[in-house]
Write a protein that binds this ligand. Structure first.
Ligand SMILES: Cc1cc2nc3c(=O)[nH]c(=O)nc-3n(C[C@H](O)[C@H](O)[C@H](O)COP(=O)(O)OP(=O)(O)OC[C@H]3O[C@@H](n4cnc5c(N)ncnc54)[C@H](O)[C@@H]3O)c2cc1C
Length: 404
């Protein structure tokens, strides 16, 4: 019979420890928790109840990401509260619609689904609770890490030590795992912030997403399911220059509504800001020079945080999770080491080119669309019109938007 010390020791031994229980860490827990014989811990510094209350954002989940969430056993539940995007309209300043993507042009498939982050989190947490070999350890803070040839350990603030064959850093842009790995980062601030809120409107959105580029930054209207009171609803991402305290966040509720109303298409009818709530997020880019170190790997925003201009940050992260899940499952089936250097190298080789391409594309979009110099304005209008007229270019952009 095992004594208490032995039981305690085994309870603290995992195959994978995921540091960070944001949307990427929770999703990875659900993916890995489905692999037979794997024991997974997901650690977060915030209490789950607090996390559920603190994020007023929505995520545009691409078609490609929906496949990964289906593998994690959560897509049907998430889709039930999502709103499909069937039409994307792109406008520039005071111009009429310059480019329109219709789902009919891609075999009637939705470009993606808009889902509230709160709801995605709820579904992921519920799924984790069902998985017998996944422990959600929160709130707790990681004080330190140690790594040797055979295992890696995290030391928690209460002194408890957890060990695993692999530690995954899913702890966001200020990743402590990345800091411990001591990898260089490339980073800069866009000197912009995104103010997000939910808007109720008189007329239906007809599953249309609008991306309107103003000189001060993009103004994105994303279709949502009807809100509790039964009215039509969209989520808004209103970007402005400067991480200003004196910007949109400092306006009174009425003044903020005026600014939103000025930019909202008249076809939506009268609008209101739901519960008069808004939140601001400073926008920056961060990219780690390496995603791996002995027995450690970075995923999602811990590896690459991008501007939300194309709604692709988490979708890119989901693609990291898809690859890591595939490699770990394959190693488990072969009886191999899930923290082996070859596995980690293979992950990095598979993910860096895709991440770098998306970083370059979003960065170019931000620079192209946050600029009102006449030659730049002309260039982007000509560019958008050209894409609208060239079926192959249009198909390419539509497929990228879908994450295929
Ligand atoms: C305005 C806005 C709109 C966006 N819209 C979209 C969109 O439509 N589509 C899309 O794909 N992406 C979008 N994104 C990007 C997306 O939100 C992020 O890519 C995503 O939230 C990253 O998730 P994550 O789990 O990797 O990191 P985070 O959400 O940052 O989560 C990290 C977690 O780690 C925890 N943590 C941190 N440090 C520690 C530690 N030391 N110990 C324990 N826990 C720790 C934190 O508490 C947190 O829970 C948007 C971003 C913004 C700002």
């Amino acid at each position: 019979m095992k004594n208490d010390d032995q039981l305690q020791k085994n309870a603290n031994e995992y195959d994978v420890i995921i540091v960070g229980g944001g949307l990427s860490g929770l999703s990875l827990s659900c993916l890995l928790g489905g692999i037979d014989g794997l024991r997974v811990a997901c650690i977060d510094r915030d209490a789950p109840e607090a996390q559920l209350k603190s994020d007023e954002r929505t995520t545009a989940i691409s078609y490609g990401s929906s496949k990964i969430l289906a593998r994690a056993g959560v897509w049907d539940a998430i889709a039930a509260q999502g709103c499909p995007i069937e039409d994307i309209e792109i406008l520039d300043g005071n111009s009429p619609v310059l480019l329109q993507f219709l789902s009919g042009e891609v075999d009637g498939k939705a470009f993606g689904w808009i889902v509230s982050n709160r709801y995605i989190r709820e579904v992921l947490m519920a799924r984790m609770a069902e998985l017998p070999h996944v422990d959600h350890i929160a709130p707790t803070t990681v004080k330190d890490f140690t790594v040797d040839e055979h295992c890696a350990k995290v030391i928690l603030d209460d002194g408890k030590v957890l060990s695993a064959k692999l530690i995954v850093g899913a702890d966001g842009r200020q990743s402590s795992v990345r800091e411990f790995m001591d990898v260089d980062i490339r980073s800069w601030s866009y000197q912009q912030q995104a103010v997000v809120c939910f808007v109720s409107h008189e007329h239906a959105h007809r599953n249309r997403a609008v991306e309107h580029f103003w000189p001060e930054g993009p103004f994105a209207i994303l279709p949502m399911p009807d809100h509790k009171g039964g009215g039509c609803c969209s989520s808004l991402v209103f970007t402005e220059h400067g991480n200003k305290r004196d910007g949109l966040m400092s306006l009174s509720d009425d003044m903020f509504l005026d600014e939103v109303t000025k930019r909202f298409p008249k076809s939506y009818g009268a609008i209101e800001i739901i519960d008069n709530k808004r939140m601001a997020f400073p926008l920056s880019l961060v990219h780690a020079a390496e995603y791996i170190a002995p027995r450690m790997v970075l995923v999602a925003d811990a590896a690459h945080g991008i501007h939300p201009i194309a709604g692709q940050g988490l979708n890119l992260g989901f693609r990291d999770l898809g690859v890591l899940h595939y490699l770990i499952e394959d190693a488990v089936l072969r009886g191999g080491d899930i923290g082996a250097p070859e596995l980690l190298l293979s992950y990095q080789r598979k993910r860096r080119p895709d991440n770098m391409a998306m970083i370059a594309a979003t960065d170019a979009l931000v620079r192209l669309f946050s600029n009102d110099l006449p030659p730049v304005k002309l260039l982007r209008r000509v560019g958008l019109k050209a894409v609208a007229k060239l079926p192959m270019a249009k198909q390419f952009f539509m497929k990228r938007a879908m994450g295929e």
